[in-house]
Design a protein around this ligand. Sequence first.
Ligand code: NAP
Length: 245
Amino acid sequence: MLVLGGTTEARELAAALVGAPLRVTSSLAGRVAEPRLPAGEVRIGGFGGPEGLAAWLRAERVDAVVDATHPFAAVMSRNAAGAAAATGVPLLALRRPGWEPVAGDRWHPVASLAAAAELLPSLGRRVLLTTGRQGIGVFAHLDGLHFTARSVDPPEPPVPASLDVLLDRGPFTLDGERALLREHRIDVVVTKDSGGAATAPKLTAARELALPVVVVERPPLPDGVPVAESVGAAREWLAGLGPGW
Ligand code: NAP
């Protein structure tokens, strides 16, 4: 079977399946210079669109695919749905639930990074940007704002003129996030609705300081793909495929 990875859940699933009688391969896009590797067999790099993935599934005689990519990896999820439809290989999406606002949150949901950039100047001047290095270019034209951008690898131009880059990866602690917001005098936070515990403390820290948070909503999953919200639920789906899982 194939696990499309790049997330904590994908690594947890691969670790849980090590030692299963069937062969499990995890796939990574190759975006991160030094990725956290899943247990077991790993391949790195794109497949070449849905057709390339379908060819790979046939060549490797894959009998199940779990799309455990990040909720914002919409192209890969679409490709997986296309390849699964073309080959008849069962496909499951493993998606942790999104975050829900609680009392005291000052969230501003938006549909895209571009919409976040449009809204930002009305909300603050010193921005904590936690949307990943690939989207930083969308904010490059906002000259009046100062950005503190946190990412695993350094961003590439175009980037905002006034920018501090913090190279780091989760999980993050509440104490650490409080200190970060204070030290950088952040007055607005931008995040994707990634969900999960590893990067949630920034939301609590922002609530404590009554800071506005621009939350980019998730792209929709392709129609017709079953969804599991936890590694346990994904394993149940696999178990339903037959003996040996
Ligand atoms: P994307 O835009 O949905 O996909 C772009 C292309 O990257 C795909 O068409 C595919 O190339 C390749 N690709 C993506 N995920 C792959 C995987 N697991 N294995 C092999 N090829 C993959 O993806 P993205 O948003 O750039 O994310 C790339 C990776 O980073 C994913 O593995 C994702 O789980 C992880 N990640 C993404 C985010 C985020 O915010 N987007 C955050 C954390 C981690 P081909 O068409 O050539 O097959």
